[in-house]
Structures are given as C-alpha cells and as structure tokens.
Ligand binder design. Structure first.
Ligand code: ZN
Length: 285
C-alpha cells in the first residue's frame, strides 16, 4: 500500500532558477495593500492611484516634478571631509561611499536653478536615500549658497525637506548648519524674497527645528511624518500615550504648525500660485 508514501517527487523549488518577473516591477502599497504596477506609480508622481498614499521620491524626481524643464545644478562636487574621523558601527567614510554609490550624489541635497511655471526660482531638494537625508556640513553649505545665490539674483527659494535630522557623524559641525541656514534665510527675508518650505515624509530632527518650519509658507504632503524627536522618545519622557495621528501633517495643520497640505500632483501649481501671490514674476523670455 502506497497510501502514506510519496509516489511522486516534490516539485523542484524555484531556487536557482531565474524568475520570469523582474525585480521591482510591482510594489505593494502600504496604504491600501493594493499591488501596483511600478510604471503606473511613476507616471502618477509616486502617488498610489487607489488610495493616494504618497510614496517617497528621490531628489532628482522632485526637481523633475517642480521645474518646467532642464535645471542647472549648483555645487554638485562638494563632499564631506569627515572632520571628526568618526566611526560608529562602521566608519563614516564607508557610509559616505555607500551613499554616493546608492544615489549617485555626493551628499544629501541637490540645489538648482530653473523655472517653476515660468517663474525663475532656486530649489533645494533633499535626498533621503543618502544617509537618511541627514544634514551635515555639505548640506548646510549647499543650502546656504543656494539662498545667497537667490538673494543675488532676486529669486525665490523653495526647499523640499526629507531628512532624519542633523548628521551625528559630524557632531557639533552638523548642528551649526541649523544656525547658518537660518542666518541666510534671515538675509533672504530682509531682501523681501519669498521662501517656501515643502515638508515631505519624513522631516525630523534638526531640519524641522530649523529651516523646515521657517517658510513664508510651510506646505506639507499628506500624512508625512513631521516632528523633532521620535514618538517613542516623547512617550517615554512625558509618560503619556500620544494622540492618534501625532506628528503627521494633518495633526500639525490642525495645531497651526503648517499652512497647507497639498497633494503632490497639485504641488507645482500650488507653489507657483503662492510665488505669484508673493510677487514673483516670470522672465520676459
Ligand atoms: Zn494605496
């Protein structure tokens, strides 16, 4: 009797065989658990077509989304010198190298000039893929130079934030960037030029504590995590359960910390409209 015996061999496992579905062709939406075709997602500015969940975007995708066409990038070759020769679980130099390989950028921000709906503007877009979009000396210097360039050319500034905060591998030098950028923004303000801050998921730590919240207009994307310290740290400190939706855009708008929440697909129109309202004018060409 062969009832309890396997007469047929088990199916060969797929291991070792090349999959016919290329890696990363589909992505599961964390908002609605729907499986979305990657191409559909990218044509929809990385917004889920079913539930409007906003996926993260790279800095380059941001610039492509905001500018009308080509842009000219500033200071692409600034690199961190690892002033503290810092090592945690691995050397900071190795982290920098991995970041450069992963993103093709030299640090966590791209600054560029271009036009937004015909309006000349300077945009700084942060790259979360580069050591968590952390702000070190290079990020601080590039953003400061971008603001100074805007003052010189009488142009508005838009900064798209996506950051885990100051870069601890550069210690106090990274914290100084907060003051440096805020100083430059004060000059921009005195020159009566507009600054729009776009807060995307996530905007935390020293970035929130400095330039992210200083816009003439602070615009966030829906459901973005925006805060200073993480919710767990706060809960342990104040020994209270935090309310639902704490540190999300909608909660912050309700408490008066933000001016607007704008769907990414409307972002460019909203920014151009606000810049026009604040006096930006298109060039004659
Ligand atoms: Zn979805």
């Amino acid at each position: 009797m062969a009832w309890f015996k396997k007469t047929r061999k088990p199916m060969a496992s797929a291991k070792g065989k090349a999959s016919r579905v290329p890696e990363g062709l589909w992505v599961k939406c964390p908002g609605c658990a729907q499986v979305i075709y990657n191409k559909d997602l990218s044509t929809n500015l990385n917004v889920c077509p079913k539930c409007t969940h906003h996926f993260r975007m790279t800095a380059t995708e941001r610039l492509r989304m905001l500018f009308d066409g080509d842009w000219s990038e500033h200071d692409p070759d600034l690199v961190s010198t690892d002033p503290l020769e810092f090592t945690d679980t691995k050397p900071y130099k190795a982290r920098l190298k991995a970041g450069i390989e992963a993103t093709g950028l030299k640090d966590a921000v791209i600054t560029a000039s271009g036009t937004i709906d015909g309006l000349p503007a300077i945009v700084a877009a942060m790259e979360y893929g580069f050591i968590g979009g952390s702000m070190g000396v290079v990020v601080g210097e590039k953003i400061t130079r971008a603001i100074e360039r805007a003052i010189e050319g009488r142009q508005p500034v838009v900064i798209v934030c996506a950051s885990g905060g100051a870069r601890m591998m550069e210690g106090a030098l990274s914290l100084m960037q907060m003051a440096k950028i805020c100083g430059a923004l004060a000059h921009l303000d005195r020159a009566r030029l507009p600054y729009i801050s776009v807060l995307t998921d996530p905007t935390t730590g020293g970035v929130t504590a400095s330039f992210a919240m200083l816009g003439d207009l602070n615009i966030a994307e829906p459901k973005a995590l925006i805060g200073f310290a993480g919710p767990r740290v706060i809960e342990q400190t104040i020994k209270q359960t935090l309310p639902e939706g704490f540190q999300r855009s909608e909660f912050l708008l309700d408490k008066g910390m933000l001016d607007l929440i704008v769907d990414r697909r409307e972002m460019k129109t909203a920014i151009a409209g606000a810049l026009r309202f604040m006096g930006a004018v298109a060039t004659a060409s």
